[in-house]
Design a protein around this ligand. Structure first.
Ligand SMILES: Cc1ncc(C[n+]2csc(CCOP(=O)(O)OP(=O)(O)O)c2C)c(N)n1
Length: 359
């Protein structure tokens, strides 16, 4: 990446390439058409997955679900920036990034339907299961990065979490050791403005979340996380650097969560519908990138209709397959934690088998 792509640190401008009307600034790298179309396709796919998940939950066919609408650009841009050998360490809200990394949608629906096989990613897709304990995954990513360094493996890692996670001890421990051990991790803080009902000003007195990375000696940047092109460009550059031994980076991806925190949340209690509608109209990442493609003559209404029809069919199929997928056998509850099963776990297994009849 040449010098013009050097981002302004922390308090400076937010890194952005495409504006809401689809116009691009001089930082547009002129990516190949097929990559641009793939970005758009994946964003629409993630949005369609999301909308279907909400319907399934409302219809009693799925458990609690954390919607991603508004966060597609940072998720898809960063995932497409990864090399195949790179590892992804997601939070529970990274369904779009996981789809782009190659985790099947059927698997991701199974997860929210309570089928534990939904936590099993294909062997060739380097993606950890989602982390529900807020911020815990930052430690896993730092540990993995440290291991990769010790083993001299040439790979990088993306680690995702929200603004709220930066208040947890796990985050600070992870950042400290990431800096000290110079691990190849790009930490992506999706600042969607809220941690459930807690808005940014109640989360921190720090002026930006990015400066929390600076505190640990980690190069840190602010990014317009609703700009897929900017997300791709900055994450790709930082992953390449990490893979080449230049250490960790931290990104505050500024975005907005359009939906509720999860399907159990009522956002009308802490923000107005009017505010959400206004922000959505002004910042929707999918509208923005569609405008960009239309401006370039790469997109039109027929293509849009065909894409939506295709996605609806794909997603219905994935949801049906997830509902029909076999659930784990009883024994699976006791596997996959220890390489060698300890005595107490053997005893617990025998006990549960006896009292439950294996069900
Ligand atoms: C250790 C821990 N404490 C509390 C919770 C309950 N909880 C789930 S999500 C959440 C808010 C997280 O907000 P943020 O990190 O900003 O991520 P977002 O949900 O906005 O993506 C909380 C407190 C949890 N899952 N884990």
């Amino acid at each position: 990446m040449d010098e013009k792509f050097l981002y302004k640190l922390v308090k400076g401008e937010t890194f952005r390439i495409v504006s809401q009307d689809g116009s691009a600034n001089e930082l547009d790298p002129g990516l190949p058409e097929d990559l641009l179309l793939k970005m758009y396709r994946l964003m629409v796919q993630a949005r369609t997955y999301d909308e279907k998940a909400l319907k399934l939950q409302r219809g009693g066919r799925m458990g609690t679900y954390p919607p991603i609408a508004g966060q597609e650009a940072i998720q898809i841009g960063s995932a497409l920036a990864m090399a195949e050998e790179d590892w992804m360490v997601p939070s529970y809200r990274e369904i779009g990034a996981m789809i782009a990394k190659g985790v099947p949608m059927q698997t991701l629906y199974m997860l929210w339907m309570g089928n534990d096989y939904g936590n099993r990613t294909p062997d060739n897709v380097r993606c950890l299961p989602i982390a529900i304990p807020v911020g815990s995954q930052a430690l896993h990513a730092t540990g993995m990065g440290w291991a990769a360094r010790l083993k001299k493996e040439k790979l990088a890692i993306t680690c995702y979490f929200g603004d709220g996670a930066t208040s947890r001890g796990d985050f600070h421990e992870a950042m400290n050791f990431a800096g000290v051990y110079h691990v190849p991790v790009v930490f992506i803080c999706s600042n969607n403005q809220f941690a459930i009902s807690t808005p940014n000003p109640l989360q921190t007195r720090a002026e930006t979340f990015a400066q929390k990375g600076i505190a640990y000696g980690i190069p840190s940047y602010r990014l317009d996380g609703m700009d897929v092109l900017a997300s791709y460009v900055i994450v790709k550059d930082l992953l390449d650097r990490a893979r080449n031994g230049e250490g960790p980076a931290f990104i505050e991806a500024i975005c907005y969560r359009f939906g509720p925190h999860t399907t159990s949340d009522n956002p009308d209690l802490y923000r107005s519908k009017g505010e959400v509608e206004k922000i959505r109209k002004e910042t929707d990442p999918i509208d923005r990138f569609r405008n960009y493609l239309v401006n370039k003559g790469l997109w039109d209404i027929d293509k849009e209709t065909r894409l939506h029809d295709e996605m609806d069919a794909l997603i219905d199929k994935a949801a049906k397959e997830a509902e029909q997928a076999p659930a784990p056998e009883f024994e699976e509850l006791f596997k996959h934690v220890f390489a060698e099963e300890p005595q107490f776990l053997k005893e617990e297994y025998e006990y549960y088998k006896r009292v439950s009849g294996g069900k």
